[in-house]
Design a protein around this ligand. Structure first.
Ligand SMILES: [Fe+2]
Length: 368
């Protein structure tokens, strides 16, 4: 499959956490395109192709000087609009000395980039990930680089039965794989897989979050929005307590942005609605989350290597119920790519990862 068929272009992608972009140059490849980011004097984020039009050296060899980029080879300088501002040794700038720019936006404590047709970029199309910085929520954030096709990472996040086998030391136990899951498609871009786990032993991460190891009622909703936005709503409360009043909820946000055909950026924020300013809990969440996602990374990198060795066959369509979420997610992604292929001006409106109401959704879903 050609790269251009692996992902849509006319949509916003997350390039980085907002705090990662400073006045210094930050290089990152997205969708096989090398890009540099930095903050200009006014604090806005700029994004240019990582390529000097003079000798084609990556601009990331250089540095920023007074808010513009200076190439590391001959010192040509470029501003946030990609215009050449200075050529050493001469007073004029040759015509045609221009660097490609990309539309960027800063929202939800994330830096967004539009890799498709620039005139179609509309900030109203940015998916709602407000939990990353909304009042009443606290986010522990991190980043992992995966040597795997980004679609395999989405598959993994839509089938959380794997927690039982891969994540026994943090979030998994037998109750996960043993509990039935209900899959729904919402609109053109969202798949949701819901699982209830009543009266179970808390896996270690949940014992940490509630502060003891008493039994819990747990729910879990894996939500995917094509091409690479995932949220796992994770809720639980001690048995014999009230679900509405006493639950604790986390909404881990997993943003999977393709880097190349077989590598991906895993930009995550584990958001929660309790113990908001607890730094010790933050540290524990960070360590356990990185340990957990590194377990996924090891497995998915092995899977990708094996699939490449076999020439990237289509995944078998076996009669395995656990696959319903991942299979449906791929269908939505492929349909989204096809709509853009059929009409290059088409931009898919974002779906919703979750209702704004924090506590009613799990009850509505429990009744499905
Ligand atoms: Fe996992």
């Amino acid at each position: 499959m050609k790269s251009e068929n692996r992902w849509p272009r006319n949509c916003w992608y997350v390039a980085a956490h907002a705090h990662e972009i400073t006045e210094s140059l930050y290089a990152r490849t997205l969708l096989n395109q090398a890009v540099i980011f930095w903050r200009t004097a006014d604090g806005n984020v700029a994004a240019l192709e990582d390529r000097c039009p003079h000798r084609l050296v990556p601009l990331s060899t250089g540095k920023t000087v007074n808010g513009v980029v200076e190439c590391g080879y001959h010192g040509l300088r470029f501003d946030a609009e990609g215009a050449c501002a200075y050529v050493p040794g001469q007073d004029t700038v040759p015509s045609g000395t221009h660097v490609k720019t990309f539309p960027v936006a800063e929202r939800h404590a994330l830096i967004w980039i539009w890799m498709g047709a620039a005139d179609l970029a509309d900030e109203d199309l940015i998916p709602d990930l407000h939990w990353m910085d909304a009042p009443g929520w606290s986010a522990t954030t991190g980043y992992l680089h995966f040597n795997a096709d980004y679609r395999l990472v989405n598959d993994n996040l839509l089938d959380l039965s794997h927690e039982t086998y891969i994540h026994k030391h943090t979030i998994g136990n037998d109750a996960v794989a043993d509990s039935p899951a209900v899959m729904n498609v919402i609109g053109r871009r969202v798949v949701r897989v819901h699982r209830e786990m009543p009266n179970i032993e808390p896996p270690p991460f949940f014992a940490l979050a509630q502060g003891h190891d008493g039994r819990i009622n747990r729910w879990q909703i894996a939500i995917y929005m094509a091409p690479g936005f995932n949220m796992t709503e994770v809720g639980f409360h001690a048995v014999d307590t009230d679900r509405l009043q006493d639950h604790l909820m986390m909404r881990p946000i997993h943003i999977i942005t393709p880097e190349t055909d077989h590598t991906a950026h895993y930009i995550w924020g584990l958001t929660r609605n309790f113990r908001l300013d607890d730094e010790k809990l933050d540290a524990g969440i960070y360590d356990q989350t990185m340990a957990t996602f590194n377990e996924d990374r090891g497995l998915l990198e092995t899977q990708d290597l094996r699939m490449q060795a076999e020439g990237m066959p289509n995944l078998p369509n076996l009669s395995v119920k656990l696959d319903s979420g991942p299979v449906q997610g791929r269908r939505l992604l492929e349909a989204m790519i096809k709509r853009e292929t059929d009409d290059p001006n088409y931009c898919e409106p974002p779906g919703l990862l979750a209702d704004d109401d924090v506590v009613t959704m799990p009850f509505a879903m429990a009744a499905e």
